[in-house]
Ligand binder design. Sequence first.
Ligand code: ATP
Ligand code: MG
Length: 456
Amino acid sequence: MPKESQLMASLPQQTSFTDEAWVEVIRKMDEAYADLIGYQVQVEEQNTALEEARSFFDSVQAAMSDALVACDHEGRIQQVNRAFEELSGSAADSVVGLSLVSLCCEDSQPRLQQALQQLRQQPVRDLEISLQGQKGPVPLALNCSARFNRRGRLIGIVVAGRPLGELQRAFKELHQAHAELKLAQERLVQAEKMASLGRLVAGVAHELNNPISFIYGNMHALQRYSRRLIKYFDAVHAGQDRQSLMALREDLRLDKLIADLDSLVEGTLEGAGRVRDIVDDLRQFSSTQKTSKAGFDLIHTLSSALHWITKESPAQLKVITDLPEQLQAYGHSGQVHQVIVNLLQNAVDALQDQSQPQLFIRAGQTEDKVWLQITDNGPGVPEDQLPRLFDPFFTTKPVGQGTGLGLAISYGIVQEQGGSLTLENCSQLELAPVASGIQASLYLPRSTQAEEKNDG
Ligand SMILES: Nc1ncnc2c1ncn2[C@@H]1O[C@H](COP(=O)(O)OP(=O)(O)OP(=O)(O)O)[C@@H](O)[C@H]1O
Ligand SMILES: [Mg+2]
């Protein structure tokens, strides 16, 4: 608004007022009045905007569950929000003007004081202090920031305090949820193992049936033979003459019996050996981490796993191998067996709808590692799913046929033994034996004599 002196200064310089001069005065006064009205409207608009901003700010502040304190540059409280009032048990009016530090418990005061002094250089993050509340200390995690004016001078401090009780409770709940999840995962891992054991047991029962039934048959034959032999020896002891002994020998068909004996015993021993091998295989599969690491033949472990898996697979499955006689790896053979069983099972599962299913198995060694590659000519995996194959519970198999833990567990086992396990689409490889399908590559430490001696 123009001042009166400015108004007078802008009047024409005359010694006496003429009519025109009065008109000019009135015009200037009109102008000044119109300006006044304009300023008035502007001020009112600004006031309304200010009011709205203030009520918005107040409602945000009131809705916060964190305490908010605005202080001047010396740390004296200028304003607090409702959460601060509730936590401290003091009304805003009673704390305005007090130093924030003085409202803290004694043991917190030096820390807060020091942090506020350094605030110009660095903001304070998660400083744990206790506020003196009406009902006792209130633990808070503070974040403090400095407020500067346009010229960069410190004009105040803004402090936000999160009640630690709430954080601690949230942390406890998180901890408990984590523990429950871990337990559920352990149970699932166990369930996965039991499920694969279940699959194997069906094969094992079938496999055991064969040798046991022919051992059984042989033993029955031996039992019958022994009765006939006893009868003949009784006759010998009774002193029967040579002629009747010859007749008895003929009658009892002893010559055929004697010719049979060797093959009966051999067959029985072979059957018993087969049973022992099956039990050995099973023991390998069910062995746990408790066994110590040792040198073992990867080819033997592979053969045993392959034997079980291919037994249940479609008859037209063609297994093409390129393997050395033996390959000394170092680790837990039982666990490696479990890994290979899963890789083979996955490959066989992927080949289910293939008209000419093929499995390529190669193995070899480098300076310090042994390797095994299992490749199938199945459909492979969409590229975007590849990174998820090792995720626990990732499965594309129907419910009840796969838990999605096989590869996750295998990965853990191989890592723990200092090896590596990768799955790639053959379509992305230059040297794969087939154009489609998956190539699984397993690397394990090579056994050295020193390691084996240490184990011994
Ligand atoms: N050779 C493969 N060809 C195609 N897909 C594969 C192959 N190997 C693994 N996968 C994919 O990876 C997924 C995860 O395999 P993983 O062995 O972890 O679990 P799963 O076989 O589904 O179940 P589980 O092993 O627990 O019985 C499979 O569901 C399948 O989609
Ligand atoms: Mg699997």
